[in-house]
Design a protein around this ligand. Sequence first.
Ligand code: C2E
Ligand code: CA
Ligand code: CA
Length: 463
Amino acid sequence: MDGLTIIAFSLAAVFAVAFFAVLFVFIRRRSKPDNGIDAMTGLLSRERFLKECAVQLKKNSDEGRRTAMVVFDVDGHGKISTLFGSEVGNGVVKGFAEAVKQVVNGKFRASRVDNDDFAVLFSYTRDAEIEAFVSDFREALNSIFSGTSVMEQVDFFAGIAVYDGIDDIYTLFNKANLCLIMNDGNRVTRFSEEMEKRMVEDEILRAEMVNALEEGQFELYYQPKISFRTGEITGVEALIRWHHPTKGFVPPNDFIPLAEQTGIITQIDEWGLRTACRQCKQWQNDGLPPVKISVNMSQAQFYRTDVISTVKNVLEETGLDPQWLEIEVTETMAMRDIERTINVLGRIRSMGVSISMDDFGSGYSSLSSLKTIPLDILKIDRSLVCDLDENDVSKQITGAIVNLGKAMKLIILAEGVETEEQCQFLTRIGCDLAQGYYYSKPRPAAEITALLLMPKEALLKQV
Ligand code: C2E
Ligand code: CA
Ligand code: CA
């Protein structure tokens, strides 16, 4: 090879390396994931959105225009994805994105800020424009999904935070999101000072719960379950009570959801399980007629890896025979991961513990899945029972649930029984057990002891 050929080869090699280097950089740039646009919907990414909003916020202020952060959360998206697969779920998200684009109409900045959460920085002059904007969004959704059943399965929540002239964009965004967390079931929630105060109070309650357990501020009350056939108490449900040192009585609905957010719920549930089993064993040791004890299990506890060993250990520790323990799980949590539910409940049940499906008929009832879940008792939700006196549809649904339960050889319990008429109807359709204020409110252990000591005839007058 002469000198000239060597130079030509070297040059070619240098050019080739340079060419591939440029190509590599070009491809990298093209495929760089965060170009500020969400690939699925074409809306702005969260980072770019917030960055651009910061500029817009200042501009609006300078021009004397008002600004609000509006966030939309798709409600029911998870359910759709679970039932019909992620492709259908993605279709729903894309439909929502399309509705956002339609109402924004190129005038405002909009983003898919999270999996199924959207945000719009809305500029306006009159307050009523915000409400109109949200209702336009709903109309856009209806027209996008018209001819499908999507809008029967999903809905949305909107959170609105109006710019106060002081907040930075992140605070404004957080305030709008807070509306989604603190909403009381309303479709549209506006941020308020009161909401912020409630959030702080919740924060304090969350922190206080840790001490509450250690300091013995929790107590279990027990509500009798009565047999329609014999009028006897067949079991009691353990329901937690918090005697707060300064607030007094705090009802479970005010702190159990908070406990679920922090993880302390699993300690509370374990305490409840142990206390209830110990109490039940105590009643038996005292020679009282044996009754089953039922304990509520939270979703967090149910999805812990050691849930089975916890139940087993508590039974061993307290010496309670498993046949006297019943675990209540809700429909919603059982349906979240049906495979796991079948596995875990099957194993708990094989220990001899009974399983009941709580609040049945309140959420999304997948009757076909129910067939596969290891169950002993079906608890008809209070919302159906309290409607029985006035609502024929509730009567029909309740009747259908009882028939279905019977076909599956389950024991059927009606929750929240309050009137004589409800009792008559429920007895007529073949319901087995009742629980409700008509018979008895939840009571402290000592009062239940007294009830269990009474002869049956006296008991019927008491409960
Ligand atoms: P739940 O499991 O559905 O319990 C039944 C609730 O209905 C109880 O409310 C009970 O007092 C109430 N109730 C019973 N009969 C009637 C009636 O005739 N009319 C009306 N209006 N209400 C009736 P409570 O004790 O306030 O508990 C509320 C919820 O808190 C429970 O609903 C349960 O989900 C949860 N919870 C209570 N204790 C515990 C616990 O130890 N652990 C867990 N994870 N959750 C608990
Ligand atoms: Ca329950
Ligand atoms: Ca219930």
